[in-house]
Ligand binder design. Structure first.
Ligand code: DLZ
Length: 157
């Protein structure tokens, strides 16, 4: 649930000085594309705002969130400092949602364990489209922008 708790999503000045040399990969799922486009926009603009060079941001598109794991695996080999996985999974009438959510989260966790390049999880797992709209530039902010800050932080470690 989105909350008003302070999650310390600011960047410290010492991290900001490192950002200009950082490289990022963004893997975007095209399912619920209107939402994932907004998340991508939030992530991309935030990276650039903090000083990442546009030529140092690579993008891969995949058909759906289930394919994010494979896309991230490819991106980890692409000379980047961190990867952002962007997707939007919305609950339907069947169990499909549960399988995709658990597959993507455990797949990305495994890639984070096996490989050295960190992957940030920007996958909305919502019960309806309104929740997704609210988190992709709506009243609960843009989780893409937050994930960009997380990616810069984890890349600096
Ligand atoms: C099939 C499917 C369904 C029902 N729902 C979503 C969704 O809400 N979000 C999403 O990103 N992808 C969905 N997909 C597509 C799967 O992720 C995947 O692309 C297909 O099952 C093909 O492997």
């Amino acid at each position: 649930m989105a909350s008003n708790i302070d999650n310390n999503f600011d960047l410290e000045p010492d991290i900001l000085s490192e950002v200009k040399d950082m490289k990022f990969g963004i893997v975007v799922s095209n399912w619920n594309k209107n939402i994932t486009d907004n998340l991508f926009d939030g992530a991309y603009k935030t990276l650039v705002k903090y000083g990442v060079k546009e030529e140092n941001i690579k993008k891969i598109e995949v058909p759906g969130s289930f394919e994010l794991v494979h896309g991230c695996k490819i991106m980890q080999r692409n000379n980047v400092d961190a990867v952002i996985a962007i997707g939007c999974i919305i609950k339907g009438e069947t169990d499909h949602y549960d399988y995709i959510c658990s597959s993507v989260s455990s797949g990305i966790t495994q890639l984070n364990i096996i490989n050295d390049i960190p992957i940030v999880f920007c996958v909305l797992t919502d019960h309806n489209i309104d929740q997704s709209i609210n988190r992709s530039g709506g009243k609960h902010g843009n989780k893409g922008a937050e994930s960009a800050i997380a990616a810069i932080k984890i890349a600096s470690i």
